[in-house]
Each structure stands twice: as C-alpha cells, then as structure tokens.
Design a protein around this ligand. Structure first.
Ligand code: PHE
Length: 512
C-alpha cells in the first residue's frame, strides 16, 4: 500500500485549512448577512455560534481523522459501523456542492478576464446599468429554468477552473501544501489594497458604521440566529468531508486545540476584512442599500456598479475591478480544491484506490455535471441545488455527526486526541461536551425545523415559486434523498464487490 500523504509542516496544515475555510462565503455571504442583520448584531451572534459550535466541531473532525488516518467515510465507520452512511452523506453532499462551486469559480474567472470592459463604462450616465448587465451579457443567463444555450466563453472558463483545481490537488497533501502558501496570502494582500482604497473614499465611514455598530432591535429577528449558525458551518468547511481529509494528513505532534482556534479566528478576521472592503466601497459609491445577502447578486451584479462608480478614470476602475476578481479567484480556488480532496480521500480510503485515480475521476464526473450550471438556465439550477445542499443536507449531516459522536462514542477519547500536544491552550471538557452533545445538535435541529417550516408552510413546499415544481423536486428533494441514501446504495455495491475480492477495513480506535 502507498504511504499516506502528510503535511510538510504544521504551518502548511493551518494554511490549507484556512484556505478551505476562507472562500466566496467570506467575501460576499458574510457582508451580505451582516448588512441584513444590523451589522454589529450579526458579528456578536456569529462569534457566539463560532464558540458554541463551530470551533468544537472543527476540533472534533480533525482529531478523529488524525487518530484514524482516514477520510470521512472510514472515519465515521471508526465511530461505529452503523454510522458509515453519515460519512457517505457528507461526502456525497460535498460532491453536489463542488459541481456548482466550480461554476461560481468559473464565473469569477470570466469576470476577471472581462474586467477591461469596465474601463469603457465609466463616466457615462448609463454606466451602472451597463456594469450590472455585464454578467448577464456574458453568461446569457435567463435566471429561470429556461434556455439551453451554453456560451463558449463560459465553458472555456469552466475548463480552466477544473484544470486549476486538478493541478492543485494532483498529488494530495504534497501539492496542496505548495499552493496554499500563495492562495492564502494573495487574497489577504488584495483585500488590504482594496480596503485602503475603499476607506479613503468620502462616504466610506457610513458603510463601516453599518458593519460594526450593533442595532439592538435586530436581536429579535429569529432569522438572525438561523443565518449566523448556517454561516458558521458553511464558512468553517465542516460537515463537508474536508476537515476529515485534512486532519488525516496531520502528524502525531500536531496541536489540534491551538490550530483549530487559529483557523477559526483567521477565517473570521478575513470575513470582517472583506466586510470592510464591501461596505466602504459601497458606502463610497453611495450604494449601501444594494448589498444583499444573496451573495451571487452582490458579487456579479451589484459590485460591478460600484466598480464603475469608483472614479471617473476608466482604466483605474478597470484595474480595481481586475484586482477584485483576482482576489475572488485566489479566495475561491483553495476552497474548491479542498472539497474535491475531501471526496477523493474519503473514497480512496474506502476502496483502497489510488488517490490520484479517484481525484481524476471526481474532477471528470463533477466537471461534466457542472456544465448544466453554465447553461442559460444554470443560475436558476444553481440557486435550487445550493439551497438544498446548505439548508437541508449540510444541517442534517451536522445533526447526525453530533448524535453519532456525542452520544454513541466516548468524547473523552476524542478530547484527549485534541489536547494531546496542547501547550498553551487546552480545550476544557465541559465546553467540548456541551457543544457536541447538546448545543450543536439542538440548535441544528432547531435550524432544520425552521428551514422545513419555512419551506413547507411559508413557501408551500417550494423554495422559490418562480421555479417550476418539477425542477425543485429534481434538483432539491431528489438530490437530498440521493445524498442520504448514498451510504446504503454503497453498501449493496460493496457487498457485491466483496464477492469479487474487495476487503473492507476494520477501523478501530486504538487507545494509547
Ligand atoms: N468555506 C467556504 C467559503 O466560505 C465554503 C466552501 C468550502 C464551500 C469548500 C465549498 C467547499 O466559501
């Protein structure tokens, strides 16, 4: 058997995990949600959700996979044989997510390549309209389940996106380690440049105020809690098979307790930094009321308007636009490849396959599926799939993981693994246990019920009445069903393969 890949250093692991956590979600989802929920108010609740659930669960996933040296599927099997399907569900959902995350990544590349066009829009009366129409013009999107055209230029960008993803993970931990040294620092640098530009604009302070000053009445809105909890999970890349994979490449000497804190707080810091960029630029261009929580609109439709309104100098605005989209490229790429790596590690561990073979297959299959999302109807499909993947699948996986690990396994053992090399900071048992056994499953279950009520009661079984029901059943409910059935389908397949000589590992937690 091949030797398992390992991170070349502690620093590399931290960078890779930060790279995965920091993605498009930080750049626009976070600022959009903050705007919706009274700025500082959102920050406070987000911090609470991070401490109450995010960080302990992050430590938990890393510790389990470091101990067992396995990806998500086999790691969950190590918790208990009957929990293996939970690992499959996490992995399958990761697969669903990467199919469209790659497309958003491709759109970012598309806008980067076309940012020169901003130069010609500046100073005109119709500049804002032209800028916001650019995305529609390039992607030919209809925004509805309608239209089959696939624009060549977007397809090429999608190909580039997949090429880059594959290039970064072709040799697992080895190649990832080399790339993240660049892809983590580059966006931070670019964000800083944009923050300086943003904050030196006349009305920037109005935007910054919205981001930081808490509005007390916002606490009353229950969607504040729902959004903050969802954002913590999405942003830390937990429950997506990723942290299991990254943890499994960790050396025995890693200080998981401290590393998880560094990862989580860096993630939060970068969210706040991109919030500053968004709000100062929007404030400076007088567009504060246009920040929305539906991220895609902000990045591709609203932000271009801000770009052309920055100055009257066309080339300057175009350069700023290029920097913005380059920043998004460097932000998105390490999240995109981390999710492929999560799938690849889980599957190759399960079936004793060569990781590289699995990586190629995942990129190829997901690549073909992702073509659906670059068609004219792509944005609508993406919207539907994204909604179910995050507000149904991700949360259900979270609940199941917490129940499996918190209630049927010995949490002390996991915490010992977390604290094994702890020096300055040891995670206390009460925090770990309270979070995994009670707070996380209860709040997640509440969130799940909330989403279901919203879906069925408020919206009558559909997520968005503008899309046809069949599309929501196919891309929403049916995909969710497949995600959760995948473990059982795999079981039948494995039973068959066993007759042909496949052996299944016993994954056992050996006490030291
Ligand atoms: N944490 C990522 C972000 O904030 C989300 C993500 C990571 C999504 C990996 C998919 C895959 O954007």
């Amino acid at each position: 058997m091949e030797k398992r890949g390992q991170w070349s250093s502690r620093f590399t692991f931290i960078l890779a995990a930060i790279g995965s956590a920091v993605g498009l979600g930080n750049a626009w989802r976070f600022p959009g949600l903050a705007a919706k929920h009274g700025g500082g108010t959102f920050l406070v609740v987000y911090l609470f959700a991070m401490l109450a659930m995010g960080i302990p669960l992050l430590m938990m996933e890393i510790a389990i996979s470091r101990k067992l040296r396995k990806g998500a599927i086999e790691s969950m099997r190590g918790i208990g044989k009957k929990w293996e399907p939970v690992g499959w569900a996490a992995t399958s959902n990761a697969f669903v997510i990467v199919c469209y995350y790659a497309v958003v990544f491709a759109w970012v590349i598309l806008m980067f390549v076309n940012s020169w066009q901003f130069a010609g829009m500046t100073g005109k009366k119709t500049a804002s309209d032209e800028a916001s129409a650019l995305f529609f013009k390039l992607t030919h999107t209809t925004g509805a389940i309608d239209g089959t055209l696939i624009p060549g230029q977007v397809l090429v960008c999608l190909l580039i996106a997949w090429g880059l993803i594959f290039f970064c993970i072709r040799n697992g931990a080895n190649s990832v380690g080399k790339v993240v040294k660049f892809t983590v620092f580059a966006p931070v640098l670019l964000l800083l440049i944009m923050a300086i530009k943003g904050c030196t604009m006349p009305d920037a302070i109005e935007g910054i105020k919205i981001l930081f000053i808490p509005k007390l009445e916002a606490f009353k809105d229950p969607t504040l809690w729902v959004d903050a909890i969802g954002q913590v999970f999405y942003s830390l890349s937990i429950m997506m098979a990723i942290m299991f994979a990254y943890g499994s490449y960790l050396g025995d000497d890693a200080d998981i307790a401290a590393d998880a804190m560094i990862i989580a707080f860096s993630d939060m810091a970068i969210s706040v930094l991109s919030g500053i960029v968004m709000f100062s630029t929007m404030g400076g261009t007088g567009m504060l009321d246009k920040i929305t929580d539906s991220g895609i609109g902000t990045a591709f439709i609203v932000y271009p308007q801000a770009i052309v309104n920055l100055t009257n100098i066309g080339w300057f605005n175009a350069v700023f636009g290029a920097i913005f989209y380059l920043m998004l490229i460097t932000l998105a790429i390490d999240s995109a490849f981390s999710i492929v790596e999560g799938i690849s590690a889980a599957v190759s561990d399960k079936f004793h396959l060569k990781p590289k073979t699995v990586t190629i297959s995942v990129c190829a299959i997901a690549g073909i599926i992702s073509i659906l999302f670059v068609s004219q109807a792509g944005l609508a499909w993406l919207d539907i799939v994204d909604h179910w993947a995050n507000s149904v699948n991700l949360i259900l996986v979270g609940i199941l993981e917490c129940v499996a690990i918190g209630w049927t396994f010995n949490l002390r053992k996991i915490l010992d693994e977390v604290n094994k090399n702890a020096k300055n900071f040891r995670t206390p048992f009460w925090w770990f246990a309270a979070s995994i056994k009670f707070i996380a499953p209860v709040l997640l279950a509440g969130l799940f019920v909330w989403n279901m009520v919203d879906l069925f009661y408020t919206k009558h079984g559909t997520y968005d009445p503008n899309y046809p029901i069949w599309a929501q059943i196919a891309a929403g409910w049916a995909v969710s069903a497949l995600v959760f059935l995948s473990g059982f389908i795999a079981k039948i397949f494995i039973a068959n393969q066993k007759k042909k000589g496949l052996t299944e590992d016993e994954v056992v937690w050996k006490d030291n």
